[in-house]
Design a protein around this ligand. Sequence first.
Ligand SMILES: NC(=O)C1=CN([C@@H]2O[C@H](COP(=O)(O)OP(=O)(O)OC[C@H]3O[C@@H](n4cnc5c(N)ncnc54)[C@H](O)[C@@H]3O)[C@@H](O)[C@H]2O)[C@@H](O)CC1
Ligand SMILES: [K+]
Length: 464
Amino acid sequence: MLRAHLVEDVRRAEAAAMARLPDGALMQRAAAGLAAAVLDLLGSAYGSRVLLLVGPGDNGGDALWAGARLAGRGVAVEALLLADRVHEAGLAALVAAGGRATRDLDDLHDAPDLLVDGIVGIGGRPGLRAEAVAALEAYVDVPVVAVDVPSGVDVDTGRLDGPHVRAALTVTFGTHKVAHLVDPASLAVGALHLVDLDLDELGEPAVEALQPDDVRALLPRPGLDAQKYTRGVVGVRAGSDTYPGAALLAVSGANAGLVGMVRYVGPEHVADTVRTAHPEVVGAGRVQAWVVGPGGGDDAATMLAEASQDGVPVVVDADALAHVDEAGADWILTPHAGELAAMLGVERDAVEAAPLRHAREASGRWGCTVLLKGHHTLVAAPDGRVRVTTTGVPWLATAGAGDVLSGVVGALLAAGLEPYDAASVGSWLHGAAATQAAAGGPLTASRVAVHVPQVVRETLAGLG
Ligand SMILES: NC(=O)C1=CN([C@@H]2O[C@H](COP(=O)(O)OP(=O)(O)OC[C@H]3O[C@@H](n4cnc5c(N)ncnc54)[C@H](O)[C@@H]3O)[C@@H](O)[C@H]2O)[C@@H](O)CC1
Ligand SMILES: [K+]
């Protein structure tokens, strides 16, 4: 599991580690890891030029100490000091190693190969000062390695408020921070590298992200004595005269092999199309979970009312979301930002600016799991836990992808996973299937469903 902690937890754990380690040891570990990552990216030390952007705190200290190590390896290192006072020992080490420091942007030599953003770290407030913005603008085409976090983002929430660094690589220390995983800040992180500081006592993570091993442990798999009914039956109530295709897509997600049987309930001619495409699918009957809403149109309210009567878990998606009054504790709501905004009575922009807060709020308000779709989909449980999905590709932003997701999640729910696990594992599989289907290019939603079994196969085999 990849875990991200709040700044206060990082500070507490760092203080405990510092109490048992020699002075400055943690910063030296951080700087060594940072310098190694920068060298990796540069390829070779000699002939390379690096510019450190140095702010007032220990984040700047990390950059300066790493700069000293890089200078010692033959990199031409300059530091632009963006504060009246910077980390003294770090600055002295840089200069002693042959690096050069200035406070004047015009005093810098040729354009560097890399910028190291040591402006602010976990002590930073959102936004950047004018001098930092000017430095970044002077080198817009130069890739940036962010120290700990891209400066300017709101570390604990992932919100953006004002200018911020856009990194090609972020080298973080001890544990991940919320902004690394949660949109919109996660879009500014680039590749993410964790330098281990051996921190204990970090406590519960604020958010976490499933890794292939976690998914493997959670995936339902048939026992030797499995029968179709013991593996779970998922029912899909989706599609209408206006949107018959959504039923097909939701069924294709549900019918990716994760349950023993799939039922479809909907308009007769849509059911014909579903059975033609998926001959395994049967009609009404007992289910262990319902998927309700994709393409439901005007029928969505009736679909939801009928599904709720069974007293089994329900995945509520698309048109059905507008009809959620009271939700069962074992339900999963799967809105995108616009749908969640309508449910909460706020603007879509507000949800997009603070998806973590709104997913948590919705989960609390309806007392059930909420899966908020986005670049990094969030799954919030009513007890406060949040998982974020880091699989997937931008090509997945395509019509019908959400319908497939609801089917996959419903299948996992019917197979017996807890709602929080079903939603997060389903979203992980959906993203991984999209990456595989896209193979570096475009994809369609139907192809995502086709790739789910292969992703499951590879994950079970430990190839993920
Ligand atoms: N505590 C430790 O032992 C370790 C800390 N480390 C580094 O230390 C960092 C935290 O250091 P600090 O607590 O000194 O905090 P920062 O380096 O994040 O800087 C805080 C300072 O920046 C100012 N500031 C806040 N927001 C600003 C903004 N938007 N623009 C300009 N200035 C702003 C504050 O007034 C304060 O003086 C971590 O992110 C990490 O990089 C690492 O060396 C690992 C060990
Ligand atoms: K930084």
